[in-house]
Write a protein that binds this ligand. Structure first.
Ligand code: ADP
Length: 209
């Protein structure tokens, strides 16, 4: 089955996608990471993407939909889509192109989301995620996994965080209503610990534990 994970920045959907993928063999497609990889490669596409990402804006729909179209083949199964769709146009693309079993919405208030983002860190080498509040690296600024330098993401500075959250309410939240019709939408309380969220998710998806 294919799943779509949606939620405000900081809701922890990326971590949950990773946990689910590891435990049940889903493929985790993290659009934000894919785009950051393109930025690093310094191609015309990467440079275009960077102009949007660094300020916390969304990359235009035409570019994103063309990118996804190339990445996803017709025989996909067992995919967790993380970070797509984020606009109604992208949601319509999904409905037309990809059979989705459930849309999972990780619900979280703005204040908690902002606090989490401000303390989020990432390994500059292997991309392992950390949070100074709940999951700090064992040695400050050093990745537990690969020893790489643990840094702040370029778009986790205050003005970009504010813009991303406002874009979420303006452009992404309406999709929740778009998907409410039918019985595909599952809502998860993302204010809990990662372990509790995972448990609720597995239960609501009716996966065997
Ligand atoms: P977050 O969800 O915390 O904003 P992501 O890593 O998922 O972080 O995405 C980082 C950035 O990548 C977004 O702020 C946006 O610029 C771009 N991006 C990711 N997904 C999309 C999308 N579906 N449509 C347009 N831009 C996107």
């Amino acid at each position: 089955m294919n799943l779509v994970f949606m939620g405000i920045q900081g809701s922890g959907k990326g971590l949950q996608a990773e946990l689910l993928a590891k435990r049940y063999g889903f493929e985790h497609f993290d659009l934000g990471s894919e785009l950051r990889e393109r930025v690093k490669k310094d191609t015309p596409f990467g440079r275009m993407v960077e102009t949007y990402i660094k300020d916390g804006n969304l990359v235009p729909d035409e570019e994103i939909i063309a990118f996804i179209n190339k990445k996803i083949d017709d025989n996909i199964k067992g995919l967790v889509l993380d970070g797509f769709p984020r606009t109604i146009a992208q949601a319509k693309f999904i409905v037309d192109k990809i059979p989705v079993k459930h849309i999972v919405y990780f619900s979280l208030d703005d204040q908690t989301a902002t606090n989490r983002l401000a303390s989020r860190r990432i390994c500059s080498q292997c991309k392992t995620g950390y949070n100074l509040l709940v999951k700090p690296p064992k040695v400050p600024n050093v990745c537990d996994v690969c020893g790489g330098k643990v840094v702040i993401r370029h778009d986790d500075h205050a003005p970009a965080i504010k813009r991303r959250i406002s874009k979420f309410h303006e452009l992404t939240e309406p999709i929740i209503d778009f998907f409410k019709e039918g019985d595909k939408l599952i809502t998860i309380n993302a204010a809990q610990s990662p372990e509790m969220i995972h448990k609720e998710l597995v239960g609501k998806l009716k996966l065997t534990s």
